[in-house]
Design a protein around this ligand. Sequence first.
Ligand code: F6P
Length: 320
Amino acid sequence: MLKSIAVMTSGGDSPGMNAAVRAVTRTALHQGVKVWGIRGGYHGMLDEDIFEMESKDVGDIIQRGGTFLGTARCKRFQTPEGRMLGYKNLVDRGIQGLVVVGGDGSLRGASTLSQETGLPIVGLPGTIDNDVWGSEYTIGCDTAANTILDAMNKLRDTASAHRRIIVLEVMGRNSGWLAMVAGISGGAEYILVPEEPFDLDEICESMKAEYEKGKRYILMVVAEGAGKASEIGPIVAEKTGRDTRVSKLGHIQRGGSPSVIDRVKASQLGEHAALAIISGLSDIVFGFNRGHVVSINLHDAVNNKKTLDPQFMRLAKVLA
Ligand code: F6P
């Protein structure tokens, strides 16, 4: 049984990270275990920005977006020297185990640290992209999808008023999940994702035919991993001859108060992570499968690529 653990957030922030850190902290304190917070992701681990937390340190944060611990993408941690320094800073404080909340890259760093040093590590998938293998859910994806949906509802009003085509670019570096679920729920006619090749000529021909049949306007959602709206928009305008506008949501979709789903699921995951690390488990990531919390091998989670459910792609086409 471990007596002292640390928790950190890393990589791109996501709504619900605070709920996860709160759950890790309060669960551990409830078990009589000391909890340390690391500020600014792996940077903070290397720069000794590490502080002991009490229950009140995680008060008044469950409703906030972002991460109160701060986060970063850290190049220094990608070197063996950097990781050894981070490990030493933890050991110097008597920290025996670590919970890392972050996306693919952050969990990869955690996996390497654990392999090199033997430090027990448990990961939680925290990214709006929902692209961590082995879990159908990542902390923040629900809030981000709802933010995109809200933007789509607004874009629809103006698209309809002007009978325009609107091309909306959303986040998702290597994954089309956000574009797909926002596109399906927002009634987009076209959804471009990195997982599926597309033919823009064919799409433009189909758009022209739709307008000829009486369609008033068209919404297209593009995942950033599939292309840039700023490049696709002008091509669509030229090939269809229709008034086209481009919109890029950017970092707006990363912020905001977390949804009920993100708060509850992050809390469940946080509790599991704390209990697991305290009991000495290591090299696992907690995620969701068919609505239930499951543990995934950390090595498998970072070495496999999550695919987009083909049923989504089929549904999007049928409903367009
Ligand atoms: O990984 C999450 C994510 O939001 C991606 O969708 C996006 O490509 C990236 O982070 C943006 O990162 P940054 O905030 O560093 O620009």
